[in-house]
Design a protein around this ligand. Structure first.
Ligand SMILES: C[S@@+](CC[C@H](N)C(=O)[O-])C[C@H]1O[C@@H](n2cnc3c(N)ncnc32)[C@H](O)[C@@H]1O
Length: 437
């Protein structure tokens, strides 16, 4: 075997006793579920618990590199492969990219992949071909280099074009940023610890944190960036509500809305409750957490309960307040609307496969309806924070502009506006409005 880019280190993400071939088999099943329209996050729940973190790491990485890997495979095998064979090869090949967090010795990768193929009835017939393709990939690392240097190879074409149109200068930087897994952040609950106190708790159990640049930390002062990913159960004081897991960009929402003691606050699209719990930590407020999906509202309840907080939980449609609103206006409203989620594709690389370009039209209308309907629920002088985890102006800036044109009693306040994904945070839009008296 030739010199390869495979780094000879143990398979760090596989828990003791678990084997790569089991992780590959489970990941092939996850890929099949995504083909049926199920999200990767949801599909992951069906993978065996003892190898779930390995399956997650493997399948998320493979999704990030899937289009480029397919392009490369097509140059090796011009004939269309079955979905299952293609998925297994994409999964195995993704471990060969230098950016992958999972590297295996070449012989382990080949043996375990062929073993996985033998155990999968729909693939078993192709194990000879899988073996040959994998060996060829391992022996020709230069083939990866050609693809790697062109970041657009890693994305569906519609996405690259849309990004180029919206960001003629930054599009390549955004593509590159999205190829690397996001950092893991915790949000310290200020009702329990100061940030310094929790850093000390981490030091006691030898968990290291990365230094966050001061100009970023000031926008999310409870954030701590963990040097390495780990199961949340290993974080000190997690189960007793000392901390939450939340992206640093998402942590900015609570500070931007900035609730004050005694206020009535509505979180209009609340699940899973990351921002609801933050609002409750920041002040002694009376919070109504509204969510259209009953199952997801249960998640909000779980998170609020773990933190020892309380809120009024409602199942309802934010664009139809007549069905659930008691006519008592709110001091502040958070409208974290359903959106394309194009600001968080690093965390959910399947988004680009589940989304279609045509989805944007429907999302834009829903966002407008929610924003318009919530305006009546705001007290004169009250403030509304419009949020989307999208990077496209049609779900951010253009929504605010349209709203201001239609509502002379709306004043735009300073906010962060469009935040593009970076090394330190996901992509979000934050627009803040005040209702004039
Ligand atoms: C971006 S997520 C909210 C994330 C949440 N704020 C957090 O920080 O954890 C959007 C949520 O809005 C819900 N949703 C979608 N349409 C809605 C509507 N018309 N009314 C209320 N909730 C809605 C979705 O089910 C989803 O849970």
């Amino acid at each position: 075997m030739n010199k390869t880019k495979v780094i000879e280190v143990p398979a760090v993400s596989l828990e003791r006793g678990a084997s790569l071939h089991r992780a590959l088999i489970s990941s092939v099943d996850l890929f099949a579920q995504v083909r049926r329209g199920i999200s990767l996050t949801q599909a992951l729940e069906s993978s065996p618990k003892d190898i779930r973190s390995a399956v997650q790491s493997l399948s998320y990485t493979a999704f990030r590199f899937k289009p480029a890997t397919l392009k490369l495979l097509a140059t090796y095998i011009p004939k269309k492969m079955s979905d299952e064979v293609e998925d297994l090869l994409v999964l195995a090949a993704a471990t060969l990219y230098p950016e992958s967090p999972n590297h295996y010795p070449a012989h382990t990768l080949v043996n375990e992949t062929v073993k996985a193929a033998s155990d999968l009835p729909k693939i078993a017939h192709a194990k000879g071909m899988i073996n040959a393709v994998l060996r060829r990939l391992i022996e020709h690392p230069q083939d990866f280099d050609i693809l790697l240097n062109r970041h657009q190879n890693h994305y569906p074409q519609w996405w690259t074009y849309k990004l180029q149109r919206a960001y003629p200068k930054e599009w390549q930087k955004i593509l590159k940023t999205n190829l690397f897994p996001a950092k893991l952040f915790v949000r310290v609950n200020p009702k329990v610890f100061t940030r310094e106190e929790y850093l000390e708790e981490l030091r006691k159990v030898n968990i290291s944190a990365l230094e966050i640049p001061a100009e970023i930390l000031k926008l999310a002062p409870q954030a701590i960036c963990l040097e390495q990913s780990m199961p949340i159960s290993k974080l000190p004081h997690f189960s007793s509500g000392g901390v939450c897991i939340q992206d640093l960009g998402a942590q900015m929402a609570g500070h931007l809305l900035s609730p004050k003691d005694g206020e009535d606050v509505l979180d209009a699209c609340a699940a899973p409750g990351g921002k609801s719990t933050h609002l409750l930590e920041l002040a002694n407020i009376s919070l109504t957490a509204l969510e259209i999906n009953q199952g997801r509202l249960a998640k909000v309840n779980e998170n609020i309960t773990r933190l020892g907080l309380s809120a009024k939980l409602l199942v309802g449609d934010a664009s139809k307040p007549e069905l659930w609103w008691d006519k008592k206006q709110f001091d502040r409203i958070l409208a974290d609307t359903p959106c394309s989620a194009t600001g968080i594709i690093r965390r959910h690389p399947d988004i680009l496969y589940l989304r279609r370009e045509s989805d944007f039209v429907g999302l834009k209308i829903t966002q407008q309806q929610i924003l318009r309907s919530l305006w009546d629920l705001l007290k004169p002088g009250g403030e509304l924070l419009y949020v989307s985890c999208s990077i496209f102006p049609e779900e951010g800036e253009e929504q605010i502009q349209l709203f201001l044109e239609e509502h002379p009693n709306a004043l735009r306040l300073n906010s962060l506006n469009q935040l593009l994904p970076s090394e330190w945070h996901d992509g979000f839009f934050y627009g803040k409005l005040q209702k004039l008296t």
